[in-house]
Design a protein around this ligand. Structure first.
Ligand code: PLP
Length: 386
């Protein structure tokens, strides 16, 4: 076993997808987003996700699509980012579904002489301000151009900039999407997909949506909003939310969604050395940490080379079910934790998973959920278990 390793539990991925599809049965298709090497889980995850019932996937690039095809040669795959025109033949070989960001791209694609009938999805910029059409006339023109070509307009979609937890931007994006597609017949497009995992969990189904995309949730994280507590501040927040909801006529927010999910990824390592540090002695670069009394530390073989960067300073790890803090500056390949005499050199340290939830990791490091999974999942040896 390597000094540190990421453990990916494949049956959890399968079960997560089953639980989601069972809970949200009202879509014609479900698109599993496996960009970023399946959020650090590795493209091998696609098989397990497929076993759970997913029949469509989305990636960011040709490179990711190639990797995916080494695990599944047939499942439809949407490339969320536009494939470079001079590489369309590679997209054809991989039988990719193309995301179309604007009319210029579409024209260039149609003029290209690749002998392949592509499935395409139009991207609509309804307020995210990134990829996509912003003009309803151009959307109408695009639909006509595609329908007159040998290609197939299979889908149309947008991406939300916010979770819509009492912010008007979410609803504004839905209205804008409807306005931008008002000159075309959405019923003639099989897949209309507007949101990602958080919109699935936090809001009622959007009336025009016939498909949905999801990322984090299928890897095992319930990213839906939870209820506020009972404190005075919490009750004030709740009042403010209700007032805003009425005032701006906002979409309902669903809290505390019950969904049987288990995180598939955990990150573990062995201990390199255990030693005492006397009162007054320092630990780590810049002599940043000074022991106030006699303490014991364990030196771990993980650092920013493993996705455990500076932001993790002060975070906790778990050894034999007990939490211990990371102390001192984190190096490229090592960091230290303050331990007690229950810890032995042969113990396994858990840095993510078990009692160290992704949410806890995120709150104490200030890193985003997907950012943590990528940092750890892509920079370490992965071990797959069933
Ligand atoms: C990453 C991504 C998703 C998945 O988002 P999650 O928040 O992980 O569910 C969906 N759609 C698009 C366009 C994305 O880029």
């Amino acid at each position: 076993m390597t000094d540190s390793y990421v453990e990916i539990n494949l049956s959890r991925l399968t079960n997560n997808v089953k639980a989601i599809l069972e809970k949200y049965p009202d879509y014609r298709s479900y698109i599993g987003v496996v960009k970023g090497d399946a959020y650090g889980h590795g493209m091998r995850a696609v098989k397990a996700l497929h076993n759970g019932g997913l029949r469509y996937f989305a990636v960011s690039s040709l490179e990711e699509a190639k990797e995916l095809r080494s695990f599944n040669t047939h499942v439809p795959v949407l490339c969320l980012e536009p494939v470079a025109i001079d590489r369309l033949s590679e997209a054809a070989d991989l039988d990719l579904t193309l995301g179309i960001p604007d009319i210029e791209y579409l024209r260039a694609m149609l003029e290209n002489d690749v002998k392949h009938s592509f499935k395409v999805h139009l991207q609509v910029d309804s307020g995210f301000g990134r990829l996509g059409f912003k003009d309803k006339g151009e959307i109408k023109e695009a639909v006509k151009l595609i329908n007159d070509s040998g290609h197939f307009l299979e889908g149309i979609y947008q991406h939300f900039a916010t979770a819509g937890i009492f912010d008007p931007h979410y609803d504004n994006q839905i209205s804008k999407f409807k306005e931008l597609t008002s000159l075309i017949d959405l019923d003639e497009i099989p897949m209309v997909h507007l949101g990602s995992g958080v919109s699935l969990l936090a809001h009622p189904k959007i009336d025009i949506a016939t498909a949905t995309r999801m990322g984090l949730v299928m890897y095992g994280y319930n990213i839906g909003p939870t209820s506020y507590g009972n404190g005075v501040k919490d009750r004030l927040r709740d009042l403010r939310d209700r007032r805003n909801q009425r005032k701006y006529n906002l979409t309902e927010t669903i809290r505390d969604v019950q969904l049987d999910l288990s995180p598939a990824m955990s990150y573990k390592c062995r201990i390199l050395q255990i030693k005492d540090v006397n009162a007054g002695e320092y630990v780590g670069y810049n002599a940043e940490y000074q022991a106030q009394e006699l303490i014991s530390i364990a030196v771990l073989p993980v650092g920013y080379n493993n996705g455990i960067g500076h932001a993790n300073y002060g975070r906790v790890v778990e050894i034999n079910g007990k939490r211990y803090p990371i102390i001192g500056e984190i190096g490229m390949n090592m960091c230290c934790v303050k331990i007690d005499n229950r810890v032995k050199l042969t113990d396994t340290v858990t840095l993510l998973g078990g009692g160290i939830s992704l949410g806890r990791f995120s709150r104490s490091s200030g890193l985003g959920l997907a950012e943590i999974l990528l940092g750890i999942g892509k920079n370490n040896e992965r071990v797959y278990i069933k």
